[in-house]
Design a protein around this ligand. Structure first.
Ligand code: GLC
Length: 801
């Protein structure tokens, strides 16, 4: 293991004094006496990029992570200097570069306080064995600083006191603190003195992050090769840090709405009769479900893009029948291509030289499910194009709606390291390199190629892809799950942490294998897991199958009824979740908000792990222990309604909340307007002719939003969406709701059914757009329910005195 920051480590080299500074539009180049170059680019007033070269020149500037639409083109760059430092100032921050050693200190421009301060700063060690440098960076941890992010790490939300490695790894039955696992997202967030910033270390080599583990007040990161190349992102609000990181690395397009429904998966459902039996059972028992998955056994000898004709004699017919019943079929596709001269995909790969090669020439060979395989080099654009094309039959002919990419770390069985050896060669989009550099982005490029294939053949519908491995930026193409977890209570805690952490790391469309992949959950554990899972953006039960059944009806009647109830809740919340998704893709705002992101000024939130905000206004806290009748939880500041009985609670403290097995703590922020669908067995089962709005009275103001479009297709990009912003203003004896509309989409619903919660007065008068409305006309049903045209612009509900 390379250790990073010991001051006296033999071999560490440091920049010496700056001898020149050159400016080019948005970039400054600082040259030191000993040949180091710092390239400092201002991307926006809160985002700086730092890049270091130690030998006369930089590498080609190429990144898989950075989105092509990321903000750039800052043109207000000015640099001042005094005897000691160069000074770059933007409206948000001041960056000082020490003339004697290139060390950086960044200040908040408004109050001049330190945000980020280098300790040793950039330093490096020559890598005599492999060539290039081991590039290193160390910063001072500020008093009370806490750290978040880093993708899928299954550890406490605050990363302080720990060291991590980024090397995508197949991690069957990983546990709490296992590191590394499937994903590499080298982005973390620091928070101190109520200010938050992020660091994105865009280096795909094996990298390490140390948050005050090696030395108590030092945070450092380093990589085994490549460049020291990182982005500093200032908030000071954590929400803005994540939003700026999302601007840099991108967000996805909207998924088809069905992808936000419930998914059922197992390794494996086969033959066809079994798949249909499972699907029928969902309908028979009236448990909503939108997608059913086929794991590796649907293939002929695990050959990708083939079907086992004995199990699935007529896939097209089966997929069509499932589709007639509202089920979308999702199939698994792994990267390993079976070495079999009679197999067409293999033949094409060989003929066109599409497979990864060892350093001395032979194809990379390794064992996965089909036995000996070769592996496409997805870092080659021609290979990606070929791969995309392979989906034609599955998608356009057979009618499959989604593809599940697995084993793409890449995983190889029965070898040390469980992946390709370091010497394997990759094209890296025209920047040829070894596996040391390409490993962490291999899964991402596979998922990208899959996504492009689906996008092409599913058109004019939207594609749905799910991946196991990912690097920063993968969220642009695909959803993800957290890999092979275990049916234990500890894993329920992990699932909760991971989904929140992924969301904070710019990757909102994530979820866990509900119930656990390995081993078998008790009915109680499964129930508690479903309760959490329905509030994750990706919601799928999956299990390895060799430990028994894991469908909602395989436990007992009580479990079945509770599971149904919670999946129904998810279907009711769909327009709310879809709106949160839309905000995520547009503004980079995470769908799940850890409490620290929701209220970073409240110190109480900094080390919370269990509670989170779903979307903008719903507070969730799963029950993660057996035999619980409730739990203690922290209610963030503000006033909240208990979802189940509308009782009001004042936040800012820990509270016991009752939650027997058929319940869980759910709270709604006062002032919220939550859009809801009727219960459907699958998305699109019913034409929505009336939309429910649950309106939670608040004394004061609150804003809510509702986004609609055709739930699929790309018309929303041409303005055919409907966005409604609601302003709620609550007074002692009056509730006012104003509506602002934009977009060209005409929703199927014509009316809103408003359910008024917590009104502190008796309604005697209702005015819509300045006209008084007779009670009968708006159907006040004696239960504070109002039915009103969706076109209203201002609604007054009052008690006339
Ligand atoms: C891997 C996946 C798992 C899948 C299995 C068989 O273990 O993580 O989800 O079911 O492979 O394809």
């Amino acid at each position: 293991m390379i250790t990073n920051t010991e001051l006296h480590k033999k071999g560490n080299q440091f920049p010496s004094k700056i001898i020149s500074c050159k400016k080019e539009v948005d970039t400054l180049y600082f040259n030191t006496d000993n040949g180091v170059i710092l390239q400092l680019t201002v991307l926006r007033d809160s985002v700086l990029r730092f890049r270091y070269a130690t030998e006369t020149n930089f590498e080609t500037d190429f990144s898989y992570a950075i989105d092509k639409d990321a903000s750039r083109g800052y043109n207000f760059l000015t640099a001042d200097e005094n005897d000691e430092v160069y000074i770059v100032t933007t409206s948000k921050l001041i960056c000082k570069i020490d003339k004697s050693d290139l060390r950086i200190v960044i200040y908040d421009a408004l109050d001049n306080t330190i945000v980020l301060e280098e300790e040793l700063g950039f330093h490096w060690e020559e890598n005599y064995e492999k060539g290039g440098n081991i590039v290193k960076m160390s910063k001072v941890a500020q008093n009370g600083e806490s750290y978040y992010g880093l993708g899928d790490k299954p550890v406490h939300s605050n990363l302080r006191g720990k060291r991590f490695e980024n090397w995508a790894t197949d991690s069957y039955a990983f546990g709490r603190n296992t590191d590394p696992i499937y994903k590499t997202i080298p982005f973390y967030i620091g928070l101190h003195h109520k200010k938050s910033y992020g660091i994105f270390f865009d280096n795909s080599f094996r990298s390490f992050f140390d948050f005050c583990d090696e030395r108590r007040h030092i945070t450092s990161f380093w990589a085994q090769g490549g460049e020291m190349n990182y982005y500093f992102i200032y908030g000071p609000k954590m929400n803005d840090v994540v939003a700026s990181y999302s601007d840099l690395t991108g967000t996805p397009e909207l998924p088809p709405l069905w992808a936000l429904g419930y998914h059922q998966c197992k390794w494996s459902y086969f033959p066809e009769s079994k798949v249909k039996e499972v699907a029928h059972k969902f309908r028979e028992l009236k448990i909503p479900c939108d997608a059913i998955y086929l794991d590796i056994d649907y293939m002929e000898g695990f050959r990708c893009f083939t079907w086992n004709k004995e199990y699935f004699p007529n896939p097209k017919k089966m997929v069509k029948e499932l589709s007639d019943d509202g089920f979308k079929t999702v199939v698994i596709i792994d990267p390993g291509i079976k070495i079999d001269k009679d197999y067409q995909v293999y033949q094409e790969g060989i003929e066109n030289d599409y497979f990864c090669k060892r350093a001395d020439g032979p194809n990379m060979k390794g064992k996965v499910w089909p036995g000996e395989c070769n592996f496409p080099d997805y870092t080659n654009p021609n290979v990606r194009k070929w791969w995309s094309g392979l989906f034609k039959e599955l998608i356009s002919e057979i009618g499959v709606k989604g593809v599940w990419n697995d084993m793409n770390e890449p995983a190889v069985m029965e070898v040390p390291g469980k992946t390709f050896p370091d010497d394997v060669r990759h094209d890296y989009d025209g920047n040829p390199c070894s596996h040391r550099k390409a490993h962490n982005i291999y899964g991402m490029q596979m998922a990208k190629a899959t996504y492009e294939g689906l996008k092409k053949y599913a058109y004019p519908k939207r594609p749905f892809v799910i991946t196991r491995s990912a690097y920063s930026g993968t969220q642009r193409y695909t959803s993800t799950w957290t890999g092979d977890n275990v049916a234990t209570w500890e894993h329920l805690w992990i699932a909760n942490i991971q989904a929140q952490r992924m969301s904070l790391s710019g990757y909102s469309f994530a979820g866990s294998d509900i119930g656990g992949f390995a081993e078998q959950p008790t009915g109680e554990l499964y129930t508690r897991w479903i309760q959490l899972g329905v509030f994750h953006p990706f919601c799928r039960t999956h299990s390895s199958g060799d430990h028994g059944e894991q469908e909602p009806w395989t436990f007992d009647e009580e479990v079945l009824n509770i599971v149904r109830k919670f999946i129904e809740i998810r279907y009711q919340f769909l327009p709310y979740l879809y709106t949160a998704f839309w905000r995520y893709i547009n503004e980079g705002i995470p769908i799940l908000k850890s409490l620290v992101l929701f209220d970073q000024d409240d110190q109480q939130t900094h080390n919370r792990t269990d509670e989170f905000i779903f979307g903008e206004k719903v507070l969730i806290c799963p029950i993660i222990e057996p035999n619980a009748k409730g739990r203690r939880m922290y209610i963030p500041k503000g006033n909240w309604y208990n979802y189940w009985d509308d009782t009001k609670l004042v936040g800012g403290k820990e509270t016991w909340v009752d939650a027997d097995i058929d319940s869980m703590p759910i709270f709604i922020k006062e002032g919220a307007i939550i859009p809801k669908y009727p219960i459907q067995q699958y998305v699109g089962e019913k034409e929505i002719d009336e939309l429910t709005l649950d309106v939670y009275y608040k004394k004061g103001r609150e804003k809510s939003e509702l986004f609609d479009d055709a739930n699929d297709g790309y018309d929303y990009k041409k303005g055919r969406f409907s966005l409604r912003s609601f302003n709620l203003v609550g007074k002692k004896k009056e509730l006012i709701i104003q509506q602002f509309k934009s977009g060209k989409y005409i929703t199927s619903y014509k009316t809103f059914k408003m359910r008024l919660h917590g009104l502190p007065f008796n309604v005697t008068k209702i005015q819509v757009d300045n006209e008084e409305i007779a009670f009968e006309d708006v159907k006040v049903n004696g239960d504070n329910t109002i039915i009103i045209s969706k076109e209203f612009t201002e609604l007054h509900i009052l008690e006339d005195s």
